[in-house]
Structure formats: structure tokens, C-alpha cells
Ligand binder design. Structure first.
Ligand SMILES: *[C@@H]1O[C@H](CO)[C@@H](O)[C@H](O)[C@H]1NC(C)=O
Ligand SMILES: *[C@@H]1O[C@H](CO)[C@@H](O)[C@H](O)[C@H]1NC(C)=O
Ligand SMILES: *[C@@H]1O[C@H](CO)[C@@H](O)[C@H](O)[C@H]1NC(C)=O
Ligand SMILES: *[C@@H]1O[C@H](CO)[C@@H](O)[C@H](O)[C@H]1NC(C)=O
Ligand SMILES: *[C@@H]1O[C@H](CO)[C@@H](O)[C@H](O)[C@H]1NC(C)=O
Length: 660
């Protein structure tokens, strides 16, 4: 599967016409007690009265049609929405089996009968399910996220809802499904894409803890996920049904939960979405009565208190200017008019009252119990939801890897690059270049105190793929710290530029990491976090190279720090052998097996005769194949057996492409 790069996202953003702006609303509080109509009303009124938002949070996404504590009574968010003129993205819980799904449909049709067009005129969409496919995926299962549903079941349920609403005043409602972006890009789920009118995408860069996921790259990471989803959506609308950044909670790789970062994410990502793409933020309030960890609420536990951070968009995305685009929206303009009429009545007093009135007994049905659990746990489930596929993912199971406290020795590693067998660059740490030897370092130059072993990599000088010296020389000036230009290779008169074997400059991480196993030639393992290179298992890495790399040099590098330099990653290595790397003619997919590996385009484009921890290697280097997806297969030689968790922080480990 090809994953378009983030660079296509801007276009997708620019062309989108939709503009629902709202929050997600669970059916229960954090103690599992059901929200009453007055609770929903208080929340909807507060959303419309948030300072800095110009009253534009007029839409609510629900997870279930069923009122907490009942079997199939319509959720009281419906009359609350009617009273506050809040538009509704309805949700039917789809992971509890047919009997419970039938109750969801009963609640939907009962509500249509009971409230009529007052209700149906507010419906902006109906989601059949929420993250059901994710919960059924390996990462969802590993994260203990609860029961899911398979694609065929969801398609069946979608058809059931279509027939349930036909002939009613809700018959024109568009039907979608909400899932993590990783579930959408999984081709096995394509039948769901075919069955829906629109795709609801949940994405949380905070949880993508196997890649660089600090707040500084969060916006780009989010839009990459969005763009990946748009890329598989068959032209259907992609709605952002959940995203947000926690105000408190645990560190996830380099993502810090904080009010300041939540504000930055709102400002960068939220304000890029609001008014352009249907967006349901996670979340208005999630801390009543107890604060979950992480907590995403933009308001603390007191609904009437001020937001925790400044919600005003500096790009004026929320405001009269931006909302003039409302005319193109499928949301009825009557709703926005009505809601702006209710907006000034901000509800400090009433909110307090209604909240204190909300102390329902714990009389929850099994269904509502499972929903409340999911709603509360849905955030936790995202630990793996974000990015499992494409190697860019957050994975819960990894958080228990080597303990950070025992592995915080900084700057211990030395790295030696011997590129092309002719040029060496020495690094004192994996991140700082201290030596550059343009004509080939002597062994004493390549040896650095602290290095456990010397690296000797015999790298094929990228024979066929190497650009002419002229094109390299002009197009790719080496940065001062770079390993510089090699001397002419014996087999080629071309001079080849190598980019740094570190991630200080521009780089790409693999978007798909797919092992293939000669002992299980029919097995498709799908994308993984680990690179596995053993005598029977090779790993294919797909890289998506943006078209903006045209004319630049790309170096495939293999970074192998010492264990002591790793905090969130680990490797197991038998200390013998090397790695041979083939460039493949086409990318791997989630379905690639040993028997279906794409043909080899360049055999042994790079060969590392031996590898050892504490070293970084340039495997191959040539002019960037800009705009292409390139796949490289790492094959064990000489009995090498290496498994590692591809990671970025604090010391990168694994296959990357550096750009210069
Ligand atoms: C892809 O989707 C199918 C069907 O939902 C699921 O069984 C499978 O585990 C998913 N694969 C991955 C890698 O998520
Ligand atoms: C966030 O990314 C989108 C898509 O690339 C872009 O349009 C927007 O300007 C970015 N926002 C900020 C604040 O960088
Ligand atoms: C909130 O942010 C907006 C836009 O950046 C700014 O104009 C305004 O002064 C800020 N308000 C406060 C109270 O900081
Ligand atoms: C590493 O280089 C040093 C200095 O040249 C040399 O003495 C040593 O034997 C080398 N070690 C290995 C494992 O090759
Ligand atoms: C990934 O590799 C590391 C290091 O060998 C290992 O500890 C971890 O269990 C592996 N993870 C998986 C999911 O196989």
C-alpha cells in the first residue's frame, strides 16, 4: 500500500468544504453514571459559549443511541440537542453483538418517532460503530481495548441502519463509520469504505510513541494520518471524529501531556481544521467527577470554569470571517443561526445547578456499562490506535520495554561510519558529528574512546543507482557536519555524496515495516514496530519520499546504538554476521509474504559485512527518488540474528533515510 506523504495534505485541506465543529460526548461520567438531559444540555450550552470560539462549537458526536441505564430508550442527549439547537453526529455502538445493535436501532427509530423532525433536522450524520476495527487489530488486542467488530459485521450493520431509516424523516442522513486512521489504511477493511458515505478518522499524535512525536511535529503527524486516510477513501469525505492533546497524563515517547502543549495542538491542528474539515474535538470535559490519565478536557472538572487555555485561533478560523464559509456546508445554516442566538446565554449558574443534579445511581445495563467503559477507556486504547501500521505507530506493549531509569546514560556511544569503504566519519554520540574524513580515515581516526567495537562496513558504492558526480555536486551540497564526499570508488569514477548517518537533519522514517519469513512463506505479518533480520526472516522497509526531495541526495542509513543509549527501545543481537540490503521494484504491503516479496530492483545495493552496537552505517546513497515509495529488504548474512524496536528517541535505532 502506498502512503502518500504529508505534503499532499495541504491540498486536501484546501479543497474540503465541510465545516461541522463540535466535541465528542460520552454517555456517562468517569464514574460510569449516566448523563441526564440536563447534563447534556449544560455541556452543549457550555460548548456554544466557550470564550474565543465565536459560538461555533454547535455539533455533538455521540457514541450510542441508548440512554445510560436503559435497554433501548433514546439517549437524553437528543432532547438536550433540540433545546440547544446542537447538531448531532449520532453513533450506534457496534461491538457488542447483534442483540445490542438491535437495541441501538430501536433507540434510533424510537427517537425518530418520538421527536420527529425536531430531531431529524439536527442529524448531520450517523456513525455505525466507533473504533471497532481498531479493537480487532493486533494493536487493539495488545492494548486490551475490548471487543471489536470485523468488516463484514459492520457492513451488515450499516445496511441495517440504512433500512431502519428509510421511509422516515431521517432517511437522507449520511452514514459513516468511525475508526483509527490505522484501521482505515488496512486494506482488509476496504469493504467498510465501500459501504459508508463518509469516513470518520480518529488520530492522536500524542500516542504515536514509536516515532518522533513531540509537540513540534504533532501537526505534521496528524495531517500525515489524515492524508493517509484520504488516500484510501475512494474520494469520500474524511471527517475528523476525534483528535486532541492531553492537558495531563504520562509522557509518551517525546510527547508531553501539558496545558501548554494542548494549547499548541489546538492552535496548530485545531485551528487548521475548524471551518475547513468536519471536526469533533476530543474533548470538552472528561474530568468529572474524577480526572482520567491522560486527560484531554479543555475544561477541568467544573464545567462553568474558564477553559484551561486560550481557544482563540490566531488564524481566525473560529470567528465571523471563517464562518462565512458556512453557506457551503451541509450543516443547515438554520442551526448555526439558532445556536448563535443561544450563545450569549452562557450558563455559568445553570451549569452548576445541572451538574449537581447529575448524581444518578449506578443502574447501568450491561450495554451502557460496556459503553461507558469504552468511552472512558477509549482514550487509553489509543495508545496503540494511532499508528500501528506504517511503523510510525504508538504501541502500548512497548511501553513496558526496558526501563528508562536504568538506561539513561547519555552520550556514551560512538559511531563510526565507513561509507563506500572509502570515507569514514566519526561520531562521538549518535547525534553529534565530530570527525569527517574525506579521503578515508585510518583506523585510529575511526576509533573513538567508548566505542565498543570498530565498525567496518563495506558498502557497495551504489553502482547503478548512483548519480553522476556533476549532479550530486551541484544539487546536494554537503552540510558542514556531513560525512562529506567520498573519494572515487574503485568500481566507479563517480563521486558520491553521503548524507549524515544521524537524524540531525532532514530524514524519513519507514512508513511500513514488514517481515517475511522463509519458514512461513505464506504468512503475511503485516506492519510491525520491530525490524527482524535473521537467517530465515528479512524485513522490508517502505519509505515515502516527498516530491520536494527532487534533486537532493538520499542516504539509506542503519543506526545501531548501544543498548545503554536506548530508553524506549531495545534489541537482541547474536553478535555475528552482517546485513545485505536489496532495493525492491515496488513497495511491500500489509499482505506481503515471503512468497510475494516484490522483485529485486538492485541486488545488494548496500552490504554491511558486519554490524555492531554503537555504530551508524550508510548503506547506500543516491539522488532521491522524489515522490516515490522505495522499499528496501534487509537480509541476514553470515548468521546474523538481530531484532530491534525501530525508534527515534533518544537514540535512533534502525533504518532511516537521511536527506541532504
Ligand atoms: C487488518 O484488518 C483486519 C480486519 O479488520 C484485521 O483482522 C487485521 O488484524 C488488521 N491488520 C492490522 C495489521 O491491523
Ligand atoms: C498544520 O498542517 C497543515 C497541513 O500541512 C497546514 O496546512 C497548517 O498550516 C499547519 N499548521 C501550522 C500551524 O503549522
Ligand atoms: C488569545 O489568543 C489570541 C490569538 O492569538 C490573542 O489575540 C489573545 O490576546 C489571547 N488572549 C489572551 C487572554 O491571552
Ligand atoms: C579497533 O581499532 C583499534 C585501533 O585501530 C584496534 O586496535 C582494534 O583492534 C580494533 N578493534 C576491532 C574489534 O577491530
Ligand atoms: C521487539 O524487539 C525487542 C528487542 O528484541 C523485544 O524485546 C520485543 O519483545 C520485540 N517486540 C515484539 C512485539 O516482538
Amino acid at each position: 500500500m502506498h502512503f502518500p506523504t504529508v505534503f499532499a495534505a495541504a491540498a486536501a485541506v484546501a479543497t474540503a468544504q465541510a465545516e461541522l465543529i463540535g466535541f465528542n460526548y460520552g454517555s456517562t461520567f468517569t464514574d460510569g453514571s449516566a448523563k441526564a438531559q440536563s447534563d447534556f444540555e449544560a455541556e452543549f450550552e457550555r460548548a456554544q459559549a466557550l470564550p474565543g470560539t465565536d459560538g461555533e462549537f454547535t455539533s455533538a458526536r455521540l457514541y450510542t443511541m441508548i440512554q445510560g441505564g436503559t435497554t433501548d430508550t433514546p439517549i437524553s442527549a437528543i432532547p438536550a440537542a433540540i433545546d440547544t439547537q446542537t447538531s448531532l453526529l449520532l453513533g450506534l455502538w457496534a461491538s457488542a453483538g447483534q442483540a445490542d445493535f438491535t437495541n441501538e436501532i430501536t433507540a434510533l427509530t424510537s427517537a425518530i418517532t418520538q421527536y420527529g423532525s425536531d430531531f431529524t433536522s439536527l442529524i448531520v450524520g450517523i456513525s455505525v460503530g466507533s473504533e471497532d476495527l481498531y479493537r480487532n487489530s493486533p494493536t487493539g488486542i495488545a492494548a486490551d481495548s475490548g471487543a471489536g467488530a470485523d468488516p463484514a459485521t459492520l457492513v451488515d450493520y450499516i445496511n441495517q441502519v440504512r433500512s431502519a431509516i428509510s421511509g422516515t424523516s431521517a432517511s437522507s442522513s449520511s452514514i459513516g463509520h468511525v475508526d483509527t486512521w490505522t484501521a482505515w489504511v488496512n486494506g482488509t477493511n476496504d469493504a467498510v469504505i465501500e459501504a459508508v458515505d463518509w469516513l470518520g478518522m480518529d488520530a492522536y499524535p500524542y500516542f504515536q510513541n514509536t516515532i518522533s512525536n513531540g509537540i513540534s511535529v504533532a501537526n505534521a503527524t496528524f495531517f500525515e494520518a489524515y492524508d493517509n486516510t484520504v488516500g484510501v477513501a475512494s474520494g469520500k469525505d474524511v471527517w475528523v471524529t476525534e483528535t486532541g492533546w492531553p492537558v495531563s497524563g504520562p509522557q509518551e515517547n517525546d510527547a508531553t501531556a501539558s496545558v501548554a502543549n494542548a494549547e499548541t495542538y489546538w492552535q496548530q491542528t485545531g485551528c487548521s481544521l475548524f471551518g475547513k474539515i468536519n471536526t469533533f474535538w476530543y474533548i470538552l470535559e472528561d474530568a468529572l467527577p474524577t480526572t482520567p490519565s491522560p486527560s484531554f478536557g479543555i475544561i477541568g472538572s467544573d464545567l462553568s470554569s474558564a477553559p484551561l487555555y486560550n481557544l482563540t485561533c490566531s488564524n481566525a478560523a473560529l470567528g465571523s470571517t471563517a464562518s462565512s464559509s458556512a453557506s457551503s456546508s451541509k450543516t443547515s445554516s438554520a442551526i448555526s443561526t439558532a445556536s448563535s442566538a443561544t450563545k450569549p446565554a452562557s450558563a455559568s449558574g445553570t451549569n452548576t445547578e445541572s451538574l449537581s443534579a447529575a448524581a444518578p445511581g449506578p443502574e447501568t445495563s450491561p450495554v451502557s456499562a460496556s459503553i461507558s467503559q469504552t468511552t472512558a477507556a477509549s482514550v487509553a486504547s489509543r495508545v496503540a490506535s494511532s499508528a500501528a501500521s506504517q511503523g510510525s505507530s504508538g504501541v502500548a506493549s512497548q511501553s513496558g520495554s526496558p526501563s528508562a531509569s536504568t538506561m539513561t546514560s547519555a552520550a556514551v556511544t560512538s559511531s563510526v561510519v565507513v561509507a563506500g569503504g572509502y570515507t569514514s566519519t566519526t561520531y562521538q554520540t549518535t547525534l553529534i558529528t565530530i570527525t569527517s574524513c574525506s579521503a578515508g580515515c585510518t583506523s585510529s581516526e575511526t576509533s573513538v574512546a567508548g566505542a565498543s567495537e570498530n565498525a567496518t562496513s563495506a558498502v557497495a558504492p551504489t553502482s547503478t543507482a548512483s548519480p553522476s558526480s556533476a549532479s550530486v555536486g551541484t544539487a546536494a551540497p554537503s552540510p558542514a557536519t556531513s560525512s562529506a564526499t567520498t573519494a572515487a570508488a574503485a568500481s566507479s569514477s563517480a563521486s558520491v555524496t553521503f548524507c549524515d548517518a544521524n537524524l540531525n537533519g532532514e530524514y524519513q522514517y519507514p512508513h511500513l515495516i514488514v517481515p517475511v519469513n522463509s519458514a512461513e512463506p505464506d504468512t503475511a505479518y503485516g506492519t510491525q514496530y520491530n525490524g527482524t533480520i535473521t537467517p530465515t526472516t528479512s524485513t522490508i522497509f517502505n519509505f515515502d519520499l516527498p516530491s520536494s526531495y527532487a534533486g537532493k541526495t538520499c542516504s539509506l542509513v542503519f543506526l545501531f546504538p548501544e543498548q545503554a543509549a536506548l530508553e524506549t527501545s531495545a534489541f537482541t543481537f547474536n553478535g555475528q554476521g552482517g546485513i545485505s540490503v536489496n532495493e525492491l521494484s515496488s513497495p511491500a504491503t500489509q499482505e506481503t509474504t515471503y512468497d510475494s516479496v516484490p522483485s529485486v530492483a538492485v541486488s545488494a545495493i548496500g552490504t554491511l559485512a558486519s554490524v555492531s552496537p554503537g555504530n551508524s552505517y550508510v548503506v547506500a546513497s543516491h539522488e532521491c527518488n522524489a515522490g516515490a515509495t522505495q522499499a528496501f529488504e534487509f537480509v541476514s548474512t553470515g548468521g546474523l540474528s538481530l531484532e530491534y524496536f525501530e525508534d527515534w528517541n533518544p537514540s535512533p535505532i534502525g533504518a532511516f533515510i537521511t536527506v541532504c
